[in-house]
Design a protein around this ligand. Structure first.
Ligand code: NAD
Length: 381
């Protein structure tokens, strides 16, 4: 293989420590890709094991497998899935670039703590997703797509009947009726997966543009009888509905939900509390044995009233699964996609063999959420 640019920027990845995380932010195929961009890689020993990559895979690909302390002391940039907690932030050396979903929309204190530690924060949540040059960096798209697929499998597993219609000698089983609320990246993938399993699928989204996408996948668009014709906000994303609109939406979803066996919710508004779409009254109206998977469940709340992370069964026999970490359960593929996203973000900032930002450039200006004073372009402002 022809030797390419001299690697001068050092990129490091540590073992992700949270209980729900089995993905890794660097996979062996990406090591070679980064090398071509002038980046050499360090990875903490064992960091890829939960995603089915052992140290030897990384060594063979050209990365150095070292201790966590060495990753921290030698790296110019670190890639994360879960942002580093305050203990880890305190261990990072000033000037280190921290790349990942940093929560800058909702947690200004955290971003201030990166600033105070002298770190440069690159927040992938700020990616201008409509930029075609940024699509390979879009971690939200890659991971939401994995999540939508897995949500259907989790729902099918918890559901006490078949998804497809099945004709047997002992009778015909009707197909499951599945409702997908939120037809963005995750919802569209969920529609496709549920249809491939043979369910009859209906979906709903507040963005008018979603109707055509839902129907093109062979699902029915749920008519709530409400007009949210301005449901699309900036950049093609949903806007937050007014309190009156939300109340009308909840009442309509509660009523329509009663006819479904499985409900999968993926509705979010970037940087805000997810909209509550199904209230307790709606859940209570479902048949015994119905299953809900709420992918928007989080400490900020979810799309379903009372959903929490984990599984609960209501008195009426409805299973509610709060499942924000589903991408991590498809660990190998989710890691491959995510590692490519993180690597492309990093490579974007490698210029003339150095990590450099130019805040007059749209992508740099959007992504750099801490340490902006480091940028030559910011001087004199
Ligand atoms: P998301 O995860 O923020 O939201 C999921 C879905 O929930 C969205 O479709 C949203 O409209 C919907 N939603 C929000 N509030 C709702 C409510 N009250 N009721 C019903 N549905 C509600 O979004 P996402 O899936 O990451 O992306 C949404 C859309 O953005 C995509 O479908 C796509 O059109 C666009 N997008 C464009 C690009 C690009 O141009 N490169 C990349 C990614 C996404």
């Amino acid at each position: 293989m022809a030797e390419t640019a001299q690697a001068t920027v050092v990129f490091g990845v540590l073992n992700e420590t949270s209980d729900h995380e089995s993905r890794v932010a660097l996979t062996p195929d990406i090591v070679a890709r980064l090398r071509k961009a002038g980046v050499s890689c360090l990875i903490e020993s064992g960091a890829g094991v939960a995603a089915n990559y052992v140290d030897e895979d990384y060594t063979k690909a050209g990365a150095e497998v070292v201790s966590a302390d060495e990753v921290i002391s030698r790296s110019d940039a670190l890639g994360f899935i879960d942002r580093p907690d305050s203990d880890l932030v305190a261990r990072l050396k000033p000037g280190t670039w921290v790349i990942g979903m940093l929560g800058s929309f909702t947690d200004a204190d955290y971003i201030a703590s990166l600033e105070q530690a002298g770190l440069v924060g690159v927040g992938i949540e700020k990616l201008p997703r409509q930029l075609s040059s940024a699509q390979s960096m879009d971690e939200m798209t890659s991971q939401n797509s994995v999540m939508g697929y897995k949500a259907v499998l989790v729902a099918a597993n918890a559901y006490g009947s078949f998804f497809p219609m099945m004709t047997t000698a002992a009778g015909t089983i009707r197909p499951a009726k599945v409702l997908i609320l939120g037809a963005g990246i995750a919802g569209l993938q969920a529609i496709g997966t549920a249809r491939r399993l043979g369910a009859v699928v209906t979906a709903y989204d507040v963005r008018p543009a979603a109707q055509g996408e839902v129907e093109s996948l062979g699902a029915k668009f749920l008519d709530l009888g409400l007009d949210f014709s301005k449901g699309q906000g900036e950049g093609g994303y949903a806007r937050q509905l007014t309190p009156e609109e939300q109340a009308a939406q909840q009442a309509a979803v509660d009523e329509k939900a009663a006819g479904f066996d499985v409900i999968i919710t993926t509705a979010k508004v970037p940087g805000r509390k997810p909209p509550m779409l199904l209230t307790k009254a709606g859940v209570d109206g479902l048949k015994r044995g119905a299953v809900i998977v709420d992918c928007a469940a989080s400490e900020l709340g979810g799309n379903v009233e009372g959903s929490t992370v984990g599984t609960q069964v209501t008195e009426g026999g409805v299973t509610i699964i709060g499942a924000p970490y589903l991408a991590s359960e498809v660990t190998n593929t989710a890691s491959n996609l995510l590692a490519r996203n993180v690597a492309d973000v990093l490579a974007h900032f490698v210029r003339d063999g150095k990590l450099t930002m130019d805040l007059s450039e749209e992508l740099d200006n959007a992504l750099v959420v801490a340490g902006r004073a480091e940028a030559p372009a910011a001087e004199g402002k």
